[in-house]
Ligand binder design. Structure first.
Ligand SMILES: Cc1cc2nc3c(=O)[nH]c(=O)nc-3n(C[C@H](O)[C@H](O)[C@H](O)COP(=O)(O)O)c2cc1C
Length: 482
């Protein structure tokens, strides 16, 4: 189908009936609370939620939540057909799409719609945007949640885009929380170690494919602009940022240009996080770098795109599970693991803590190889915890099936491997606040034991042939009303 920018995307999503418009809500806790209820209570797929007439803001200044929380919206975003039989079918389609992805570099335009309005000097005011105060225990309003943060490698020159939360400290200052090992954090450390300031761009309401790419673990030095262009099948339009000189997304709703200074920290958070907790330091604030805003560009009637982490399944956990499953699957194949049949990064673990890989076991050691690698490839390495490897008759996205395999085919004494001192984060809720450096991984081989897999006990269930026959004869009588 294709779409030009967020507004065009939204129009198409409205066309297939997936936009819920809500007028008159308050940015202070109401928007966040409503969003959580809608996500939890949704009978079918979660709609994109567009808040307008937000208390204290002119009509037209909007906030958009749950952008990517349906298969159709995700498919539109990455330029795939909109309909699928089951979840794994869509994961497979996404995996096949990214298998041979060739990046499409951004195209530079002279000026994009984001430059319709410019704030400079005393006119800079972040409070002109309806940044939500998401949860009751949060420490402030968040401008940046479903956004991108652009930084440049100081020596190599390439740009990284990551989604790293930005809290509003004041009308021209934002907090910037980037956890260890993220590419933006490595950039930041490189500047600060040399005592140099770091220029930074924060953009909200960007092309949904660009947000998807920025929030995903794309390899080091690969441009998320190019990756997003490849997902869409057409280049992302950029223009030169007037303050930073960076290529900024030309069709974004809002672009903030600014600078962080080494040694300058301000208390940030707390903020409810993706694993479902205030895991950073509980309800304490934590000192983080500050972005001094030098210029803001924005479209007329801007849309602030937002994401709300909380106890999963939450507002964006669905899309994270699908995208990460595709990425891990892709990296497993590229690392040489044959015959991967499916990957599911479960929403309960915020798409990171609980990963299931299904394989057709080809050789002794295949299951261990798949499990160990799934826990360490780039898209699976950060704050992982459990990886379960199952046979191909198990649908990794079917929790009942997975638990059945775990309970019946694994044997703790032979099936479990532990990896120690792995890549963790302040967001890991299983670690005490003063020991957030490393975590461990548990790889569970829940496949039929390789040595006697062909003699493994027969499954006690009706054959597909008999089932089909019975359904043909009895289907109407037994399925109606059951
Ligand atoms: C809604 C949302 C919010 C996120 N917030 C943060 C954050 O505050 N800090 C962080 O380090 N990563 C955060 N992430 C995860 C990163 O965006 C993700 O790890 C991404 O791969 C980082 O980019 P990089 O791989 O270029 O470092 C968030 C992801 C999403 C989807």
């Amino acid at each position: 189908m294709g779409y030009a920018d967020l507004r065009d995307w939204l129009k198409q999503v409205e066309g297939f009936g997936e936009v819920l418009r809500l007028n008159g809500a308050d940015w202070n806790l109401e928007i966040g609370g409503l969003c959580e209820i809608i996500v939890r209570e949704a009978k079918k797929s979660v709609p994109a939620i567009l808040f307008d007439d937000i208390r204290g803001y002119p009509k037209g200044t909007r906030a958009l939540f749950a952008m990517l929380s349906s298969v159709k919206r995700l498919a539109l975003t990455v330029n795939l057909p909109l309909e699928y039989g089951g979840m794994m079918d869509f994961v497979r389609a996404f995996h096949e799409k990214i298998r041979d992805l060739q990046v499409i570099p951004p195209v530079t335009v002279k000026q994009g719609p984001v430059a319709e309005n410019v704030m400079e000097g005393d006119r800079i005011d972040l409070y002109r945007f309806p940044s939500p105060f998401h949860h009751e225990k949060d420490g402030g309003r968040y401008f940046g949640t479903a956004h991108v943060v652009l930084t440049q490698h100081p020596d190599e020159g390439w740009y990284n885009l990551g989604t790293y939360r930005c809290m509003v400290h004041g009308k021209d200052t934002l907090g910037l929380h980037i956890t260890g090992g993220k590419h933006g954090r490595i950039h930041r450390d490189l500047y600060f170690e040399r005592g140099q300031p770091m220029k930074v761009v924060v953009a909200a309401g960007v092309d949904p494919a660009l947000y998807l790419a920025a929030a995903s673990e794309i390899p080091w030095s690969v441009s998320e602009y190019g990756y997003a262009g490849a997902l869409k099948g057409e280049p992302i339009a950029v223009m030169t940022g007037p303050y930073t000189g960076f290529p900024i997304p030309a069709t974004a709703e809002i672009v903030v240009e600014g600078e962080c200074y080494p040694g300058e920290l301000q208390d940030e958070g707390p903020f409810g996080e993706w694993a479902g907790y205030y895991a950073n330091r509980g309800l304490e604030k934590v000192p983080e770098p500050v972005i001094h805003v030098k210029r803001i560009l924005h479209r007329t009637d801007p849309i602030l795109t937002c994401a709300q982490p909380s106890r999963p399944p939450h507002e964006y956990s669905f899309y994270r599970s699908i995208v990460r499953s595709g990425l891990v699957w892709d990296e497993l194949e590229k690392a040489g693991v044959p015959d991967v049949k499916g990957v599911w990064c479960h929403e309960a673990g915020g798409s990171r803590l609980f990963t299931i890989v299904s394989i057709h076991q080809r050789y002794a050691g295949h299951a261990r190889q798949a499990g160990l690698l799934a826990s360490q490839v780039h898209s699976g390495a950060y704050v992982g915890r459990y990886v379960i490897v199952v046979d191909e008759d198990i649908d990794p996205s079917n929790t009942q099936d997975v638990l059945w395999a775990l309970a019946t085919r694994s044997e703790p004494e032979r099936s479990v491997e532990i990896i120690r001192r792995a890549w963790s984060s302040s967001a890991d809720p299983a670690l005490p606040v003063d020991q957030k450096l490393f975590n461990s991984r548990c790889i569970i081989d829940a496949c039929k034991p390789y040595e006697w897999k062909d003699k493994f006990y027969p499954v006690a269930e009706t054959s597909p042939e008999l089932r089909a026959e019975l359904l043909k004869k009895w289907g109407d009588k037994i399925l109606n009303g059951v």
